[in-house]
Ligand binder design. Structure first.
Ligand code: 2P0
Length: 326
């Protein structure tokens, strides 16, 4: 009998970002990255290789996805079939527990959960490192979502050496993130295409790789020291350097909107008033504020001068992926 396997993986926010590939086929990044897995946002995916038909059936929040939209998922399932020797097609059911249209990265939790569920359902029994390498083939940021807490993805130089591992899990000190969920605007360019353009055209790209590698060393130390301010400062600078690459590409692009700048300004004002908080941004307009729990109320109050309470989601460090068979 074919088995159904369900995996649950949480999303992560990079503190030292991945922004550029050196091998698009193997999904090898130009530089390593460090992230924090969050408790609030996750994807749950169940897979069974039970389809007699020629095509995989993929459901997103109970809706069947048209085959042309499911291309990236089907390619990923092909990879699992190649590794396991299975030929059957699959039924995949995915539920995203990310606020609707939040524009928060769902490819990280999505491909991590798919890697966990599909590999186990195919009969493969991969350890966490191998799962991380497999998730990487779906989406770079998914490499890190196999693990909880603080995670580092080592860039590596081939398929075997490019994987993530936990730096600190559980996180035993006070750090959290407030996601400021802004009105969804049309993304100017996908992450995949944006980072490829940056690598090909930004004259600043070599400087990014150099400084990102320095940031990795400093960020590892800040996490080991549980040094909140150091962590926040490195993360904020690293995020803005990533966005500066986008502004320096040809043609230039950016993911900000007016509300993004308002949220950034609010963080800067809070800091001038002595409240320690820092921002980071990914490939979208939402701002994530790195803070400590004793400041959460003050930060939310300041943000509510511009944003509604329901746009502010507080997330804590989250766990690694779990897999169950039934
Ligand atoms: C990250 N981001 O480190 C960076 C920072 C967004 C900004 O990884 O092409 O969906 O699938 O590997 O992982 C988002 O890009 O791109 C991302 P692909 P991905 O989290």
């Amino acid at each position: 009998m074919t088995k159904t396997v369900t995996a649950k993986a949480h999303t992560n926010i990079a503190l030292v970002k991945y922004w550029g590939k050196k091998d698009a086929n193997l999904m090898l990044p130009q530089n390593g990255s460090i992230s924090l897995t969050l408790d609030h946002f996750y994807t749950q995916t169940s897979v069974s290789f039970d389809q007699p038909g020629a095509t995989d059936q993929i459901y997103f929040d109970d809706q069947l996805m048209p085959a042309e939209k499911a291309d990236r998922i089907i390619k990923f399932l092909d990879l699992v079939r190649a590794q396991s020797g299975l030929t059957a097609t699959a039924t995949v059911k995915t539920w995203n527990h990310v606020p609707t249209s939040a524009g928060l990265a769902s490819s990280a939790s999505g491909f991590a959960a798919l890697a966990g569920a599909a590999s186990r359902a195919s009969g493969l029994n991969l350890d966490d490192r191998a799962l991380s390498r497999l998730a990487r083939r779906g989406s770079g940021s998914a490499t890190r979502s196999i693990f909880g807490g603080f995670v580092e993805w080592h860039a590596g130089h081939d398929d075997a050496s490019s994987y993530a591992e936990p730096l600190q899990d559980p996180v035993d000190w006070d750090i959290q993130m407030i996601a400021v969920v802004l009105k969804a605007t049309q993304k100017p360019i996908s992450s995949t295409a944006g980072m490829a353009r940056v690598v090909a055209t930004s004259p600043y790209y070599p400087a990014w790789v150099t400084t990102a590698n320095q940031d990795l060393v400093r960020m590892r130390q800040a996490i080991a020291d549980r040094d909140f301010n150091q962590l926040g400062q490195i993360a904020e600078t690293n995020a803005m350097r990533m966005h500066a690459l986008n502004l320096s590409a040809e043609p230039a692009f950016n993911y900000f909107n007016a509300d993004t700048l308002t949220a950034i300004q609010t963080v800067e004002n809070l800091r001038a008033d002595g409240i320690n908080c820092y921002y980071t941004l990914d490939a979208g307009p939402n701002v994530k504020i790195i803070c400590q729990s004793h400041d959460t109320t003050a930060i939310k109050t300041a943000l509510q001068a511009h944003f509604k309470a329901e746009q502010l989601i507080v997330a804590q460090p989250g766990p690694g992926m779990t897999i169950t068979e039934n």
